[in-house]
Design a protein around this ligand. Sequence first.
Ligand SMILES: CC(C)(COP(=O)(O)OP(=O)(O)OC[C@H]1O[C@@H](n2cnc3c(N)ncnc32)[C@H](O)[C@@H]1OP(=O)(O)O)[C@@H](O)C(=O)NCCC(=O)NCCS
Length: 198
Amino acid sequence: MLQDIPTPTLREARACVLETERLTLRKPTLADVKAIARLANDRRIAENTRRLPHPYTQDDAIDFVRAVADGGRETVFLIENNHTPIGMVGLDWREENAAELGYWLGVDHWGQGFGTEAARAVIDYFFEEFDLDQLISGARVVNPSSRNILEKCGFQWSGVELHRFEALGSSSPVDCFRLSRSVWASLKSWNNSIRRKG
Ligand SMILES: CC(C)(COP(=O)(O)OP(=O)(O)OC[C@H]1O[C@@H](n2cnc3c(N)ncnc32)[C@H](O)[C@@H]1OP(=O)(O)O)[C@@H](O)C(=O)NCCC(=O)NCCS
């Protein structure tokens, strides 16, 4: 019977490569584990991401890549600049119809706008590929650069929650944000106006 045939979920079916001006975002493979472990093994990253352990070993990277390949609950993209891995960005599907945006970059690559560029690519992917009305995200209250990325992308503050951080071994306050489809569509269609001398 038709309903007995297992079909891939929408998010598995739509895995693809995203290109921006400076970045390529693609699915990580086992060939990337050394690079992922080298980039992720930094306390400044782990303390701002919920599930990254510290120290972060190659075995952690292998487990992570395998979980992604097995179609776990995350849609993950490895971020490359000039064919070199620099970080990770993705959507965590907490439930079938609710996704959370998350990202981290190797410390050597901070402060060049790559975080914003990668986030924008995945936000476009989310709203263009899925018929959902909002995307959520969060940043520790002590993480102004991540908050800045979210605000530049149109996210609006929705409150503070306590979330557990693996590397801290404790919970920490997180500013929660949401981006609605209507705000995203408005930003995407905000073309420059023309000024004429009167
Ligand atoms: C958050 C992170 C991805 C930022 O990446 P990035 O490429 O350096 O970010 P961008 O350069 O795109 O943008 C950061 C913005 O924050 C601003 N910023 C940086 N430090 C800041 C500070 N201390 N106070 C206020 N603003 C700050 C930058 O000026 C920039 O804004 P601008 O483009 O308007 O100048 C990176 O720092 C990281 O991986 N941190 C650890 C993991 C993490 O925090 N992940 C997010 C959790 S969801």
